[in-house]
Design a protein around this ligand. Structure first.
Ligand code: GSH
Length: 203
């Protein structure tokens, strides 16, 4: 397996899943800040020009959540997804969708309007609204988690990998989590050996 990625971003999700399952992989850094994502060799792999991208024996997967779910399906012993067609699997799908649409989306909006978009496209008022949207959504996550160590069942799933990533992203974007359980949850996730190995690769 080959993972194309760039540090400090959603690549961490894919690396973390790879480290949790313990399968061998090669990591290829694509320096998106220096335009490598727009180079012809990379556009052949992902015409969207974005990372992460996983090449699993010729199956090329874009989208960080899809990569994590693909890895979980192919390595069921990792238990990164609960068994198919169970209420736990459905709960996992629910949280994955929620995290992507309600937490990743406002964080991405904030990043875009702070530094990603060309200056003439940035609208600073949007940042405040997106911050408010994030705070509303993160309360729902906190309520769903309660004081449990995982979002679904009694083991780490893809939902926790995505949640851990967005919570860490929020903190680095100076957004407070305002919830002791979420802080404890994030501390435990980032203390995992697999997380530390993945984080080292991208930092
Ligand atoms: N929804 C995609 C987003 C991928 C994405 O935006 N990746 C960023 C890095 S975190 C990127 O490659 N940006 C380069 C660009 O937009 O040109 C995912 O979850 O994988």
């Amino acid at each position: 397996m080959k993972l194309y990625g760039y540090r400090n971003g959603r690549t961490l999700r894919a690396l973390w899943a790879l480290e949790e399952i313990g399968a061998p992989y090669e990591y290829v850094e694509v320096d998106i800040m220096r335009g490598q994502g727009r180079e012809p060799w990379f556009l052949k792999i992902n015409p969207g020009g974005k990372v992460p991208v996983l090449d699993d024996a010729g199956t090329v997967i874009t989208e960080s959540a899809a990569i994590c779910m693909h890895l979980a399906e192919k390595h069921p012993k990792s238990r990164l997804l609960p068994p198919a067609a169970t209420p736990e699997r459905t709960a996992c799908y629910k949280w994955i969708s929620f995290i992507l649409t309600e937490l990743d989306a406002p964080l991405w909006t904030i990043a875009k309007h702070r530094f990603v978009l060309p200056e003439e496209r940035r609208v600073s008022a949007v940042i405040d609204t997106a911050g408010w949207e994030f705070r509303v959504a993160v309360k729902i996550l906190a309520t769903g988690l309660g004081n449990r160590p995982y979002l679904v069942g009694d083991a780490l799933t893809v939902a926790d990998i995505l949640a851990g990533h967005v919570l860490q992203w929020a903190k680095s974007a100076r957004l407070a989590l305002d919830d002791d359980n979420l802080e404890t949850y994030l501390r435990a996730l980032t203390a995992r050996d697999a997380f530390k190995r993945a984080n080292k690769t991208t930092s």
